[in-house]
Each structure stands twice: as structure tokens, then as C-alpha cells.
Ligand binder design. Structure first.
Ligand code: SAM
Ligand code: SF4
Ligand code: F3S
Length: 429
């Protein structure tokens, strides 16, 4: 059968789609490049905010009309929303043929061929050992080092959709990174909901980084996501010492007010968070730091919101992903009685976005005159004579150049910047 996968959500889901494609291809099915050719359409879904679920439900509703002309077409839902809603999904959209949760992908080859609607065991916890995914991207490889989450932040659905935390064996991670490097992927992103708590038989995350740093045929190592309560001094030291580890970290603050952080069950204070930022900058003065922030968490007062606003401004993140709080059924915060008005949530979010845009522009413009190394990925979207790639801080950089440079690391001198793109010219010493 020909299958087509449409992916929503975080990098973990992008990585899982590669895993699913590998499992299905190994079983003899063929990945279709476009949706029209598919016998099976698979939606890999996200539940993190209501909007993410609404979007995919809209897409499924659109695609089901294909069944009129292609009567044997199957539509399947996998990923976090499948795990969360299970058979409820089939009641919501009658055209869904199967629902498979995040830890049952090994069953997919049988399910797409059978008349089963549901995977058998939604409580199973998998780590998918010794499956090394075939990748679709050209240059960056996502490598999952752990699955699940034990943190139960009070707003978050992920611990319910992805189950308890489990680390992949060190040997398996090393093998997957080596294979990726051999296949030309020089930029490796390690994935986990809280990579700082990686622990396999006593091997901790800083040890893992040091081991991976020894692999010759890769050039860049990065990781998402670091939890502020678990970012150890040893990790900061390992980051600063390992030459392949990018001096760039995604470090989710969520709120700048200790009382709100407590109610979010984040396990750290605003002071602790700021202290960790200082530690990172002490060891790596040029480190680029990005974050996640939630506006309008239940009970958040204007003063508490301003603590977030002011701390973000003081820290000057290179970039921030900002969200308005979205209640998720089954989480603690959804039961809190003091939900903030939708209009207030929205206006607080907008204020954060406006402030951060200025900060990002300022941070990007501060790069003017500097020499950076760019991993060239593509011809730029705007012009055929320009190339686009990423710096080791994961900033997009555009510069004039020949297509032959795609896939190479090129030195570029930054001449201009917007709030999201560095612009430069090739630099020859
Ligand atoms: N495990 C990662 C962490 O702790 O940083 C990422 C978790 S989640 C996939 C990505 C981001 O979504 C979170 O950092 C949080 O800011 C946001 N998020 C999670 N649940 C949310 C909710 N109910 N409403 C709004 N934003 C939410
Ligand atoms: Fe969600 Fe918190 Fe786990 Fe991140 S650490 S996935 S925000 S529960
Ligand atoms: Fe990722 Fe969404 Fe699941 S953010 S872990 S795909 S709920």
C-alpha cells in the first residue's frame, strides 16, 4: 500500500513520523510523495493546545471527501491526539479508519491492512530500540534519546499522551548518530521532553554529550528541551567543553513569577531560572538562548504577568515561543477555578510578542559585523542567487552564493539583520 503522513506538533512528532515511515517501509509499504497517490493517509497529531487539535480535525474533514472517488482509501490518526482521545475520535469523525497511539507504531503494518479500528494496548510504553529511521530531510537529523515525561506541569497534556519517562540505551543513541553522520547528516538534534534527566544505567546527559562529541563524521550537536530545574552545572560545563555542541539552548521559562511557577508545578523559582541563565552566560558568553512562555495561566494577576514581561526583557532571549494558556481536559490547571478571561490572555500574549520582537531584532542586529559559520541547506525562498542555511546558534542566514555550496559549511560575514534572519556575504580569510 502507498501511505502518506501529514505531521503536526513538535520535533518529537517529526521524528516519530520518520520512525513510522521506516516501520511501514520495512513491512513492504511505500511512502507516497503526495496525498493524491495515497491508499492510506496518516495524520500524526498534536494535543498540546486546543488549536492544534482543531486544525487537524479540520484537515481530516477536508480529506474525507476523497473517499467518494477512492472507496478503499483509509484515513488513520496517530500521535498525541490519538493517544488522548482513542475511540472517542472515531465517534467525532466517522471517516477515521484507525487510531494508533504513540507507543504502538510497531502494530501499524498490521492495522493498515486489517479492519481493526484501534491499536490493542494504549497503555504500552515503547522505546523503539534498534530502529534507525530513514530520514526525509537532507541535513538535520532528529534523534530521540528518551520518550515520555514525568514532570506533570499542571497545564500540560504531554505526560498523559506520552506516558512515563524512559531513556534509550546509550549504544542505540550512539549507533543512530553514527549512521546519521555516515549518511551525510552533519547537524544532529537530540530529542526528549526533558533531556536533562536522561539516565541510562547511570549514564547521564552530560556523559552522553561527551560520548557523542567524539563521533568524527558529525559537526553539530544540539538538544531540546532542557528543564530549568534539572540543568546541572556539569551540563553547562559539558556544553562549554564539547566543540560540536552548539552554543545555543532552548530553555523554557513559562513564567517569571515564582507563585505562578509553583502553581504550574515547574519545580523552580524565577530566581533559580535567572541564576541558570547567568551560569550559562558565564561559561558561554555568546550563547543564544530561546524560550517558551505562557500568558494568562489561571490565576495570573496583572502584576504576576508583568514579572514575566520584565524578566523576559531583562534576560533578552534571542527568540521566544509565546502561547496563550489553553485549558486541556484532564490536567490540573484546567480544574483551577480562576481561569483568566480569553480577551486578557490574548492581550497579554500580544504585549509579550510586541516586546520580544524588538528584543529579537536587537539581538539579531548585534550580530552585524560578526563572522558566522553557516550550514547551507537551500536556495533562498526569495531569490535563486541566494542561499539559506543555519548558523551554529540555529539562526537562519541568507547570503549570495552558488548552489554548489548546498550541504557545505561556509563562513559568512553578517551585514544586516531582521527579527528572524541574518543577511550576509561569503567571507574568505
Ligand atoms: N517538554 C518541553 C518543556 O518542558 O519545555 C516542551 C513541552 S510542550 C510540547 C511545548 C510548549 O508548549 C511548553 O513549553 C509550553 O510553553 C507550551 N504549552 C504546553 N501546554 C500548554 C497549554 N496548555 N497552553 C499553552 N501552552 C502550553
Ligand atoms: Fe509538559 Fe512540563 Fe513535561 Fe514539558 S516538562 S512536556 S511542559 S509536563
Ligand atoms: Fe509534541 Fe504536541 Fe505531543 S507538542 S509531544 S506532538 S502534544
Amino acid at each position: 500500500m502507498k501511505f502518506y503522513i501529514e505531521t503536526y506538533g513538535c520535533q518529537m512528532n517529526i521524528s516519530d513520523s520518520e520512525l513510522v515511515a521506516t516501520i511501514l517501509s520495512t513491512a513492504g509499504h511505500i511512502q507516497a510523495d503526495n496525498i493524491e497517490d495515497a491508499d492510506v493517509i496518516i495524520f500524526n497529531t498534536c494535543s498540546v493546545r486546543q488549536h492544534a487539535e482543531d486544525r487537524v480535525m479540520g484537515r481530516i474533514a477536508n480529506e474525507k471527501s476523497r473517499k467518494r472517488t477512492k472507496t478503499n482509501l483509509k484515513i488513520g490518526v496517530i500521535g498525541c491526539m490519538a493517544q488522548r482521545l482513542q475511540d472517542e475520535l472515531i465517534d467525532l469523525q466517522k471517516e477515521i479508519d484507525f487510531v494508533v497511539g504513540v507507543d504502538q507504531y510497531s502494530e501499524l503494518p498490521f492495522i493498515i491492512e486489517s479492519d481493526e479500528h484501534l491499536a490493542v494496548d494504549f497503555n504500552k510504553e515503547e522505546i523503539y530500540n534498534e530502529i534507525y529511521p530513514t530520514r526525509r530531510g537532507k541535513f538535520n537529523a532528529f534523534v530521540t534519546i528518551m520518550r515520555g515525561c514525568n514532570n506533570f506541569c499542571s497545564y500540560c497534556i504531554v505526560p498523559y499522551t506520552r506516558g512515563r519517562e524512559r531513556s534509550r540505551p546509550l549504544s542505540d543513541v550512539l549507533e543512530e548518530v553514527r549512521i546519521a553522520g555516515d549518511n551525510g547528516y552533519k547537524d544532529i538534534t537530540l530529542l526528549g521532553q526533558n533531556v536533562n534527566s536522561y539516565d541510562y544505567d547511570g549514564v547521564k546527559f552530560p556523559d552522553l554529550l561527551r560520548e557523542l562529541n567524539k563521533i568524527d563524521n558529525i559537526k553539530r550537536l544540539r538538544f531540546v528541551t532542557s528543564h530549568p530545574k534539572d540543568l546541572s552545572d556539569d551540563l553547562v560545563i559539558a556544553m562549554s567543553e564539547c566543540d560540536k555542541v552548539c552554543k545555543n539552548i532552548h530553555f523554557a521559562m513559562q513564567s517569571g513569577n515564582t507563585e505562578v511557577l509553583k502553581r504550574m508545578n515547574r519545580g523552580y523559582t524565577a530566581e533559580h531560572f535567572y541564576g541558570r541563565i547567568l551560569k550559562l552566560r558565564e561559561y558561554m558568553p555568546d550563547i543564544s538562548i530561546t524560550t517558551d512562555v505562557i500568558a494568562g495561566f489561571p490565576g495570573e494577576s496583572e502584576e504576576q504577568f508583568m514579572d514575566t514581561y520584565n524578566l523576559m526583557k531583562k534576560i533578552e532571549f534571542d527568540y521566544a515561543f509565546m502561547y496563550k494558556y489553553s485549558p486541556r481536559r484532564g490536567t490540573k490547571a484546567a480544574e483551577f477555578t480562576d481561569q483568566v478571561d480569553e480577551a486578557v490572555r490574548l492581550s497579554r500574549l500580544q504585549r509579550l510578542i510586541d516586546m520580544q520582537r524588538e528584543v529579537t531584532l536587537h539581538k539579531y542586529q548585534a550580530m552585524i559585523g560578526k563572522i558566522v559559520e553557516v550550514y547551507v541547506e537551500n536556495v533562498s525562498k526569495k531569490s535563486d542567487d541566494e542561499l539559506s542555511g543555519k548558523t551554529d546558534q540555529y539562526k537562519i542566514c541568507v547570503f549570495p552564493g552558488d548552489k554548489e555550496l548546498i550541504g557545505q559549511f561556509v563562513k559568512v560575514k553578517i551585514t544586516d539583520a531582521t527579527a528572524g534572519t541574518l543577511i550576509g556575504v561569503q567571507y574568505n580569510e
